[in-house]
Ligand binder design. Structure first.
Ligand code: RIB
Length: 299
């Protein structure tokens, strides 16, 4: 069984700010740091650090060489990443405030230049039972899901960042949804009340997509796993927050990593919560993702 993450690779420009810039305001930042990022890259690195063999597919421009080095450094196979001469690497402008929260502006770049030919060539190397991990930062997602489903691959979808494109995807082919409460509400076409019940929300997704398992992440309120047979509630580990960027990606990678290595759902959820707790104590996206040994030592 192999794991293919077909997803975004971004250069993250992270600005430390006193508060998020407001409409019409010009604000001086306190610092600028450049990190490897992109939900796809972050999730590949988290999977690899959780101890799983991962293949990353996607596209960068000629300015994205250091992203490939970061992936290689984490033992991710990069042979399915195309380097495009005609387009620059995707990037993210990230504001990180005093509370550690962020807001992100994306430029798709090469992430939005995936072709059906590339998808066909990459999927040739994978087959029934292999896992395909997707987020919503590349184009050709529908085609990818249809072709992977035909091959009998297991499809994992993190529908983030959420937008109208998600509703054009063959969501009935998804085996695992990993999403937050806002994304869950949007998929269900309903508003989520402030005092929502995570179990109820996850159950509604399972009712809508009965073949799928759901991992609902709820920030400080923890996470819920739900499928037709099992429900696991995972509280959050309280830590001092420095930067929440890539915490969700870390959770995704370590949860799947745990499941793929044969852990119970309960243990995989706990592993993921510990990994995400470490990630938020560190600055940046990919560099904040801990090693499995650190996660196992964390209480
Ligand atoms: O999930 C965090 C990621 O979102 C960042 O690394 C940024 O690149 C955006 O894709």
């Amino acid at each position: 069984m192999k794991v293919l993450c077909f997803g975004s690779l971004n250069i993250d420009y992270t600005y430390k700010v006193e508060h998020f810039v407001r409409k019409g305001e010009t604000l001086s930042s306190e610092s600028l740091q450049v990190f490897s990022g992109g939900k796809g890259l972050n999730q590949s690195i988290a999977l690899a650090k959780a101890g799983v063999e991962v293949y990353h597919a996607g596209a960068v421009g000629e300015d994205g060489g250091f992203l490939l080095e970061e992936l290689k450094g984490a033992n991710v196979d990069v042979s399915h990443i195309t380097v495009r001469k005609d387009i620059r690497t995707g990037n993210a402008i990230i504001q990180n405030d005093r509370e550690g929260d962020n807001c992100i502006l994306l430029y798709g770049g090469a992430n939005q230049a995936i072709t059906e030919e590339q998808v066909d060539v990459v999927l040739e190397c994978f087959g029934a039972g292999d896992f395909l991990v997707l987020q919503n930062e590349i184009n050709k997602l529908s085609y990818l899901m249809e072709q992977a489903h035909k091959k009998g691959m297991k499809i994992v979808l993190n529908p983030s960042p959420m937008n109208e494109k998600i509703f054009t995807l063959p969501l009935e082919t998804v085996d695992y949804f990993l999403l937050n409460e806002i994304e869950a509400g949007q998929i269900l076409h309903q508003d989520v009340a402030e005092n929502f019940d995570g179990k109820e929300l996850a159950e509604q997704i399972v009712q809508r997509y009965p073949e799928a398992a759901v991992v609902l992440t709820m920030g400080g309120a923890g996470a819920v796993y739900m499928d037709r047979k099992e429900c696991v509630v995972q509280p959050v580990y309280k830590v001092p927050v420095v930067d929440t960027t890539a915490a969700g990606d870390t959770f995704t990678g370590f949860f799947l990593g745990g499941i793929l290595k044969g852990c119970s759902v309960k243990d995989a959820m706990n592993l993921a919560a510990r990994a995400a707790a470490i990630a938020v104590t560190r600055q940046g996206a990919a560099p904040s993702i801990p090693l499995l040994q650190e996660v196992e030592r964390f209480f």
